[in-house]
Design a protein around this ligand. Sequence first.
Ligand code: TRP
Length: 453
Amino acid sequence: MPSQSQTKGVQWSSRWIFILAAIGSAIGLGNIWKFPYITGENGGAAFVLVYLICISIVGIPIMIGELLVGRRGRHNPADSYQAVAIESKRSPHWRWAGFIAVASGFLILSFYSVIASWALEYTFLAARGTFTDQSAAEVGNIFSQLLSSPKTMIFWNTLMLGGTVLVIARGVKKGLEKAIQYLLPAMLILLLILVGYSIGEGAFSQGFEFLFSPDFSKLSAEGILVALGHAFFTLSLAMGCIMMYGAYLPKRVSIFRSACIIAIVDTAIALLAGLAIFPVVFANGLPVASGPGLLFQTLPIAFGQMPFGTFFATLFFAMVVFAAFTSTLSLLEPTVAWVVEHKAVSRVKAALISGIILWSLGLASILSFNHWSEITIFGKTFFDFFDYITANLTLPLGGLAVALFVGWFVQQRYLQEELGVGNGKCFHLWYCVLRYITPIAILLVFFSALGII
Ligand code: TRP
């Protein structure tokens, strides 16, 4: 049991600030960095369609489950699981599912902030006109130089984590709400400006067609699994983030409606990011299937050759930083809430200690690109290892835990009470999908990632 109840009683000031915070958590590198490149690698529109289906049958049902457990439990994810389990006369050991989720979210944050710090460096590089008229090889060189310079990465990562710690230390109302109020609208405005730029200067119709006109021959089985994994990642599911935000949710807010709004906006932003990126890439005859390098190696070449490219490249990378920052906030909050509830320390201390540990873990990720590139665990560098176990192991298992817990272990009357939708069609559709379809879909990804099917 938690030693203090500091989480209890804290609530979002309004329904809208909660929705903004959850959208801020959901929108991040997943939307702007990962979604465009996995779409590029998996053939475009057909992949987008599968991804949309995954958001509907896995993403939204699990998000509803997480918000429900969070709000009913009103603690950090580990104790929320436990409280809800006890209420339904189930084993309190369910708290381990929450604990593992919090710990994996913490691990994700340690390398997520490193990628975000590349974007921070790129904002300044772009502003200095570094990419203007550079060849592909030269831009590639800029990226390899960054990866081989631990000092630069450590500097930006310190800033990124320092900012995150600062906001979280100030608490939900004075920190999180204030930061999100400014960052999210700023990010959205920048994105709209960039889409406008891409309509004006890029090969817009080609980009549009790539995203929206499906060619199913380009879709592979692996692509389907990538889409499913990404549905978790982009909606911030399975790592306690959304459950944590649910713990601060006022009673009267509709969980169904909120989950739908968050998922729809997150998806719309991913598509808009695609519309900002692909036309610019096509206009310069560059490859769309360039993988993780799409954002840091391909896009800067395109901007470097376009009118006002310096200005728009700077805006672009600033937008990526804002988007990532509202996600790092949500990745730190569950850990800090857990520490505050379990160890007799203040929020400030909890945030600071977490920051120091994250910084050290980040160091391992940073060094794995250079000095420690030879040190491997199961054949992977630290960065790859952290990424691999979270994406392929804890993310699907965490999602499965939510689906099974809510679908099979929590008493149905509590679910109905918390959702406030009675015994109608809407409830049964959700309940049925969460009990049967979601777990099966997750197991498919999981076993395929392990190479079993
Ligand atoms: N959803 C964010 C993105 O798309 C990242 C993120 C935040 C996340 N919290 C998470 C990913 C929890 C997995 C789990 O960039």
